[in-house]
Design a protein around this ligand. Sequence first.
Ligand code: CMP
Length: 424
Amino acid sequence: MNKNILIKSASNFISFVMIIAFFVFSVFVPFNQVFPQIVSNYYNSLGWIVNLIFIFDLALKLILLANKKNNLGLFSEESLADYLKTYFIFDLLSIFPIALFPTNSLWQFVPLIKIFSVFNRISFIRQIILKFAPFAVVVQFLYWFIQITHWIACGWIKIDGINEQHSISSNYITALYWTTTTLTTVGYGDIVPHSNFEKLYSVVVMIIGVGLYGYLIGNVVSVITKRDPTHEHFISNLENLSSLVRYRNLPKSLTARVKQYFLYIWKNRLEHNESSFLQKLPDGLKLEVITFLKQDFIEKVNLFKDAGNEFISDLAENLRETVITPDEFVFHEGDFGEKVYFVIEGQLSVLTKNSNKEIAKIKKGDFFGEIALFKNRPRNASVKAITFCHLYYLDKNSFDLLIPKYPLISKKIEEKVLEREKQD
Ligand code: CMP
């Protein structure tokens, strides 16, 4: 495995372990403060484990940042100096050996200062795992939400006191119930604050609840709606079509064809238009991305099978795509030839004008419309789609500029022209 990938994976793994360790510790610290009788036995061991993980995390980070070559964009900080000025102090304090202090002392809270690093690291990890970004938003929300709810519930037990007649779990569940009903502003009113302090505490919890739900609605809902933009587009296209049917009496057969077209576009993700996003990139990078995105399709065309990388990237830049529905003509015999087409998916018929007779079939991987461009004359036949066709095309200007630069491709096209002309 590549050394850089190994370092990246190891560092991401440590970050992941550190984030989990923080979660576990953040759950245990307040719990230990309110119910010391059930946690104390293994609390010290937990303290040492958390210390060790945080030390390991700090050491790895210092080593990677000090060795500039290995800082592969793993952390949000650009350099060691940057880190020393910001999160280093929190990471250093967080390795404070709490196991040396009484379990009920306030020193136990010190490692929680790691929260700043965790907060920063979680957001950064979200940028790294772009593929799961929507899922990560939900996990990130739950990560903080569970901790906040737990802390508030423990705080409530501390203020309101433990009900000795009930078990520890029953006390905890009641506090959790109060917290959730208050955070969500449901407030059944069966558990109410009595003292002024309790009332103030409730006010703060309610305000936190409003903020949390604002975040939830803002982020999670937008993630869910953006989950599949092509589907959103499909639904909105169908809604527009339904208006046409209702207000303009579009005939049934035409409606069905338009619907089929939208369905095809959506199923093949062809409406996922990257062009506005690509416009934001500098030219060189844009070309690399376009070439990558079109490479799979270009390789499906027989003519380009053994073409070199230079040709592929030249071609990718100039290729455009289109979809033709069944029974639709791409062009008619005698038309002025403006484009040459490459078939990515689907089947078409080559027809003579007069008898409307099929003289050939064009399949996936073939190309057509080259004769008019090559010989500078009108189309010698009509071409009509049999099935839905996903085509790439090159316009005349690009064809005239590009093809002469690559003699091998030019020769292959010429051979095809001769072969087809002989058949006609
Ligand atoms: P062009 O003349 O530009 O437009 C019609 C196209 O049909 C033509 O280019 C060829 O690409 C294609 N064509 C013509 N004759 C045949 C054939 N016999 N077999 C396959 N394709 C053909």
